[in-house]
Design a protein. Structure first.
Ligand SMILES: Cc1cc2nc3c(=O)[nH]c(=O)nc-3n(C[C@H](O)[C@H](O)[C@H](O)COP(=O)(O)OP(=O)(O)OC[C@H]3O[C@@H](n4cnc5c(N)ncnc54)[C@H](O)[C@@H]3O)c2cc1C
Ligand SMILES: Cc1cc2nc3c(=O)[nH]c(=O)nc-3n(C[C@H](O)[C@H](O)[C@H](O)COP(=O)(O)OP(=O)(O)OC[C@H]3O[C@@H](n4cnc5c(N)ncnc54)[C@H](O)[C@@H]3O)c2cc1C
Lengths: 375, 395
């Protein structure tokens, strides 16, 4: 048994940490969030130069052959800086799908530009009626000669406004919620028939509603075959969950440190408010929630490469823990900061908002409790 | 013991309901509270004024009503059911009772009518950067020079001060060893030179609170309420009244109805979310909590009608009421699933943003974030627990 990081992993952490603290202070972050585009392409390019965009890919593709632990380390550090650039959709979700399941031709066509920071990708898997069920798909993919024709609407596509390419889940056959007959298709966002409605999200990101109207894609735009889409999607989402768990422990760590520091210095009734036992115990609870979350984050990242059943149970369990702990830590951090915690000016509220969205992203506590029970 | 309504009560409910239905300004229904202008916020107040119903709890001689506790309860319930914009609490709930209890005749004559008619918008100048929970630490200074006080200081979290004509303000007039001594209660015209109001934007993106800077602000000495240096008693009297209004039972009932409606419209695997055992159970738990709070409030009201003022027990109403409000907004956000994510804060709304997702999902996240304030203001929930520990349990 060993929970320690390798020397390389520690170097990676230090590198990301110092990059984020040097280049992504809270003020800079808020300028980026409020900018027209909502992300900083220069930062993204620097991620490429630092090798972050290459981390999980195989060496033959120009990657660094990293595994879930490397992704975890990167996401945790990005979480500490509340980084909004689309590491999750481009590298973890879409990059991960291409890396694990893309054909050689697809990998050669797409991975180099992802690794080089030239292409941004987004995963279009939610639908307005689908809530958290990945199989609840109305968007259709109709075979027409060698092509597929896509029609439908994809909801809350995170990173959508910045994306050049989308991976879209669509139903090739079967009933609306059948597990079979789901395909994943690579769609150029500029293709004819693709339209988007872009908007900011609660946590400082951007998302799109994506409408597909008779969008024609060649058969080789499909990942694997006409039946494996859902399994690949579930696996990708579990990788996404493991990644945002790591991001969330970065948020919680920052909130806990900020809260302890605030309670040490903020004086009321002539004493630091941290001297009130009720607040001490609250901070102890926040600390315990954080530690439990770290444990579950390590656990899921170690089990990501196991079989589907073990992976599902691990991801569902971790997501429940992070959802509950994130909510508690976020709410209490605001509470203990008093009025200050309610202000847009302080980073506390922004960590709280991102943690709140993480609870919903890829399914909330209830959804994953059921999934855990069934797994 | 008896909680049945008399035939008179039933008739009263009918009267209130039809008055609201017939007179509530039609344009208000479509607006979120956060999008309302000052005129919007006052529109219903002004209609209520014509009917004499702005301040039901005030004594009749000052413009209140002679309603029984039950009638007031019914009025609140009907107002909440319709979702009316209540009169701003700063004048009606907070300052009014202070003036008719502690003010002199001249103050009663000019302050109370302005509150009732809606001519004067009041804001509450209590908190300061160094004086939040520890209100008695306040430093804003008022020095008597002739027949004027000269006020210098810095207030913060002043709700809707951007609209205010007047501020009731706690100031320090004497420095003494016991910090509660030497505080005075002053009425300050917001148009007086030397006052600067600076917005504070909250995490929901709204502009609700402000900082108020006072620099050599000259206030007529006759604007002092009660005796100089004896303002602490008044300050605490006001806080007791602020707290009891905060339970918000009727509005929470309405919010649960809306939650249920949203959960009926949301689909989970093709079925309404409301039919999910998990989700309906959570709503049921909330309703049980709310029922308990309702009966606790009724017990408090009944005691009040028998002449017992709102005691430290009203801290229960504040704590439980706000916890329930927070839980409702949390569940409502949970109900809309992925559509909790879109963010269109009021300040940024322009023509280029179209509404995203189903109508029922709009603004639910903002409301959730905004409602975190309720366990902080009005005396934080930690402070309320301290009050119960000390005053009720004798610890
Ligand atoms: C089943 C059982 C087995 C035990 N076995 C052993 C044993 O084998 N050997 C042995 O030596 N002792 C044993 N104990 C005794 C145990 O260590 C004491 O009960 C314990 O230390 C608490 O002391 P107390 O009972 O005097 O309660 P108190 O110390 O009087 O505490 C009463 C309550 O006040 C709280 N409290 C006290 N101080 C503070 C504080 N500073 N801040 C906040 N809260 C506070 C406590 O948490 C508790 O809820 C046992 C007790 C039990 C119940
Ligand atoms: C949206 C909003 C609107 C407001 N509107 C107004 C207004 O119109 N007018 C006005 O005057 N004020 C207003 N306030 C201010 C409000 O009353 C204060 O925020 C509140 O009193 C808390 O003070 P603080 O923010 O300085 O927090 P602090 O007092 O610094 O408290 C920080 C944390 O410490 C805890 N704490 C403090 N003391 C103790 C203790 N003894 N024991 C245990 N825990 C403790 C608190 O509960 C809190 O969790 C408003 C605040 C908000 C957020």
């Amino acid at each position: 048994m060993d929970f320690s990081f390798t020397e390389e992993q520690t170097l990676l952490r230090n590198m990301v940490q110092s990059f984020v603290s040097d280049n992504y202070e809270f003020d800079t972050r808020m300028k980026i969030v409020r900018s027209e585009e909502g992300m900083d392409r220069g930062i993204w390019q620097q991620f490429a130069e630092l090798g972050l965009l290459a981390a999980p890919f195989s060496e033959e593709m120009g990657g660094l052959d990293g595994g879930p632990v490397e992704t975890m380390v990167i996401m945790e550090e990005l979480g500490r800086g509340l980084v909004v650039e689309p590491y999750l959709p481009t590298i973890v979700l879409c990059g991960g799908i291409l890396n694990r399941h893309g054909s050689d031709a697809q990998k050669q066509a797409y991975l180099p530009s992802i690794i080089g920071g030239e292409a941004i990708w987004a995963l279009a898997f939610n639908e307005p009626q689908g809530r958290f069920n990945l199989a609840d798909i109305v968007t259709s993919a109709r075979a027409e000669g060698d092509d597929y024709v896509l029609n439908g609407t994809k909801a809350v596509v995170l990173g959508g406004p910045w994306a050049d390419k989308l991976i879209v889940s669509a139903r090739i056959s079967g009933d609306q919620r059948a597990r079979e007959g789901v395909g994943l298709f690579i769609v150029d966002k500029s293709a004819s028939g693709v339209s988007t409605q872009d908007y900011p999200t609660v946590d400082g990101g951007r998302a799109s509603e994506v409408t597909l109207e008779n969008v024609s894609v060649a058969a080789d735009a499909m990942i694997r075959d006409a039946n494996s889409g859902l399994g690949i999607l579930e696996e990708a989402v579990d990788h996404g969950i493991a990644a945002i768990c790591a991001e969330a422990i970065g948020h919680m760590k920052m909130l806990n440190d900020a809260t302890v520091e605030y309670c040490r210095t903020r004086k009321q009734f002539g004493v630091p408010i941290g001297s009130f036992q009720v607040l001490q115990h609250r901070m102890v609870d926040m600390f315990m929630e954080y530690e439990q979350s770290v444990s579950m984050t390590y656990m899921v990242n170690m089990k990501l490469t196991e079989d589907a059943a073990a992976r599902t149970k691990a991801a569902a369990g971790a997501k429940v823990q992070i959802g509950k702990s994130g909510r508690f830590v976020g709410q209490e951090a605001v509470q203990l900061h008093g009025g200050m915690g309610m202000t847009e000016e302080l980073n506390v509220g922004h960590f709280f908002k991102r943690l709140t969205m993480i609870d919903t992203q890829f399914g909330n506590v209830d959804h994953h409790l059921k999934r855990f029970a069934a797994a | 013991m008896d909680v049945d309504f008399t035939p008179e009560d039933v008739a009263f409910r009918e009267e209130v309901r039809s008055f609201i239905e017939e007179n509530y300004p039609k344009n208000l229904g479509a607006l979120e509270r956060s999008d309302m202008s000052k005129e919007d916020l006052l529109a219903w107040h002004k209609v209520l004024h014509t009917r004499g119903w702005v301040a039901p709890s005030w004594p009749v001689e000052f413009g209140g009503t002679d309603w029984t506790v039950t009638q007031r309860y019914i009025f609140n319930e009907e107002s909440a059911r319709y979702g009316t914009v209540p009169p701003m609490p700063f004048g009606v709930q907070m300052l009014g009772p202070v003036i008719y209890t502690f003010g002199n005749q001249e103050q009663k004559d000019w302050v109370l009518p302005g509150i009732l008619s809606g001519k004067d918008w009041w804001c509450q100048g209590y908190s300061e950067p160094g004086a939040g929970s520890d209100l008695a630490a306040l430093k804003t200074k008022a020095v008597l020079e002739g027949d004027e006080y000269v006020v210098n200081g810095h207030k913060i979290w002043t709700t809707l001060a951007q609209h205010a004509d007047w501020m009731f303000c706690l100031v320090r007039t004497t420095t003494s060893d016991k910090r509660q001594d030497g505080i005075s209660f002053l009425l300050i015209d917001m148009k007086t030179p030397g006052i600067t109001v600076r917005p504070i934007i909250t995490i929901d993106g709204g502009h609700e609170v402000n900082e108020v800077f006072l620099e050599d602000v000259r206030v007529p000495a006759k604007n002092l309420v009660g005796e100089q240096d004896k303002g602490w008693t008044i300050a605490k009297f006001l806080l007791g009244n602020e707290r009891s209004g905060i339970a918000g039972v009727a509005r929470s009932k309405k919010a649960i109805d809306r939650l249920r409606e949203i959960a009926r419209g949301e689909l989970e695997n093709g079925d309404p979310l409301l039919s999910s055992a998990d989700f309906s159970r959570k709503i049921a738990e909330l309703e049980v909590d709310l029922t308990a709070l309702e009966y606790t409030e009724l017990r408090t009201l009944a005691a009040e009608s028998q002449g017992q003022g709102p005691g430290p027990e009203s801290s229960i109403l504040k704590i439980k009421g706000t916890e329930i409000q927070q839980r409702i907004t949390e569940l409502t956000m949970e109900a809309v699933g992925n559509y909790a994510a879109p963010w269109v804060p009021q300040l940024d709304v322009g023509d280029n943003y179209l509404a995203i997702g189903p109508d029922q999902s709009h603004g639910v996240s903002q409301t959730y974030f905004n409602t975190r304030k309720t366990s902080i203001y009005g005396g934080s929930n930690e402070i309320q627990r301290n009050i119960i520990a000390k005053m009720v349990l004798g610890l």
